[in-house]
Design a protein around this ligand. Structure first.
Ligand SMILES: Cc1cc2nc3c(=O)[nH]c(=O)nc-3n(C[C@H](O)[C@H](O)[C@H](O)COP(=O)(O)OP(=O)(O)OC[C@H]3O[C@@H](n4cnc5c(N)ncnc54)[C@H](O)[C@@H]3O)c2cc1C
Length: 363
């Protein structure tokens, strides 16, 4: 059981994940690969307990302890860590519900890792918001809701027992609910072939007249159902943490190379200094520091982390030269994985900041 971010057991888990990494890069294995063993290793290490309070059967880690653990995990294997964040987002939604049925029956199984849940909720916030009609609709029925339509994105539906999903009523109010993935009318589409992280098995979920009993409603109906409760920090520090974790792996690669190549020493030193500042700001904010006193907000950390992970992975490619461009080299995978932060849970100000940097616009 991993009971602290300083635990040697966490280091051991990261070492194992890191050694297994090439096997979960979907471009190199069958497209339907799902990193079952890696997910199981995390569950066996009790990782789901970190995120839930002691009275709910967890370890109640603080946000900064979680950030420190995520930094290590994402440097070891971004795919597994990303999958974990989606499972944890579902777990936290269930942990935050007032619904006693779910709290008593589902939550203990999710906390222990006996059952796994994942989320399909981004169509309520960041995906398909410009289309006129909700892509996943909820209609009141006797004793619950009928759900129709689709959720465009769900990571690891194939490896989950439960789906935490959101749907919208005609009046604009939304519900969040837990659905057994084997419910009649639910179809989990095969994962897309992605630029990176293909083994996360991310695809759409279709719902055809799925009946959700009232006792499986986590929250709602109400406007903007995701703004209440804790879901793992959409657009928040968690995404920055994973970006910084991945950048750390690339910087470590440059460090190794710089031991034999003096020309890389200055580059390595510059990245180390930026890494230290970014990590400091991230962990301060995770500990509840006032952004104004710190001189840096969560969104600024996110914009910097996006830029940093792209630059660090590409610098690693420069260091690795042609060999790093060959499929199967960790650096080419890191470069592809770094692009994910440009599309994952990106609020508009972060998008703007990235676009200004790419377009060379200085303000
Ligand atoms: C690998 C991966 C894993 C993910 N996993 C999950 C998950 O597990 N759970 C989950 O809930 N979400 C998940 N997401 C969703 C993610 O959090 C974002 O919601 C998603 O990336 C937003 O992209 P989109 O293409 O759906 O955006 P959209 O806004 O729907 O854009 C789609 C297209 O619509 C057009 N468009 C966009 N905006 C406008 C506009 N204003 N006017 C006209 N046209 C427009 C553009 O052509 C764009 O390409 C995942 C995403 C990825 C890439």
């Amino acid at each position: 059981m991993i009971d602290s971010p300083n635990s040697p057991e966490l280091t051991k888990l990261c070492d194992r994940l890191s050694m297994m990494t090439p096997a979960v890069d979907g471009d190199l294995v069958a497209a339907n690969a799902w990193p079952e063993e890696k997910v199981r290793l995390c569950a066996d290490g009790g990782v789901y307990r970190w995120f839930v309070s002691q009275e709910s059967g967890g370890l109640g880690w603080s946000e900064s302890e979680i950030a420190r653990a995520y930094l290590q995990l994402s440097a070891a294997c971004l795919t597994t860590t990303f999958i974990l964040t989606q499972q944890v987002s579902a777990l936290r939604r269930v942990a935050g519900t007032q619904n006693e049925h779910l709290r008593s029956n589902l939550l203990p199984k999710l906390v222990s890792g006996e059952s796994i849940a994942t989320v399909a909720i981004s169509h309520l916030t960041t995906s398909r918001r410009h289309v006129g009609k909700p892509v996943l609709q909820a209609n009141r029925a006797d004793g619950g809701f009928i759900i129709d339509g689709y959720s465009p994105w769900c990571t690891g539906g194939c490896g989950a027992d439960w789906l935490v999903m959101g749907a919208e009523q005609e009046n604009g109010e939304q519900i969040l609910f837990a659905a057994d993935k084997n419910l009649a009318g639910i179809t989990i589409q095969p994962g897309h072939q992605l630029m990176g992280l293909t083994a996360s098995q991310t695809g759409a979920i279709h719902c055809d007249q799925v009946f959700i009993e009232e006792k499986f409603v986590i929250s709602g109906p109400k406007p903007a159902v995701l703004t209440s409760g804790k879901g793992g920090g959409t657009g928040g520090l968690q995404t920055s943490t994973l970006a910084i974790g991945l950048a750390t792996a690339a910087i470590e690669f440059i460090r190794n190379e710089s031991e034999r190549r003096e020309d890389l020493a200055q580059t390595h030193q510059a990245f180390r200094e930026q890494l230290s500042t970014l990590k400091h700001n991230l962990l301060e904010l995770a500990s509840g520091a006032d952004p104004q006193t710190l001189g840096c907000s969560a969104q600024e950390v996110r914009a910097s982390a996006n830029s940093f992970v792209l630059r660090a992975t590409q610098a690693a490619l420069v260091a690795a030269k042609g060999g790093g461009y060959v499929q199967g080299h960790p650096v080419e995978r890191w470069c592809r994985e770094a692009m994910f932060f440009l599309v994952w849970s990106c609020p508009q100000p972060v998008l703007n900041s990235n676009l200004c940097e790419f377009a060379g616009i200085v303000d």
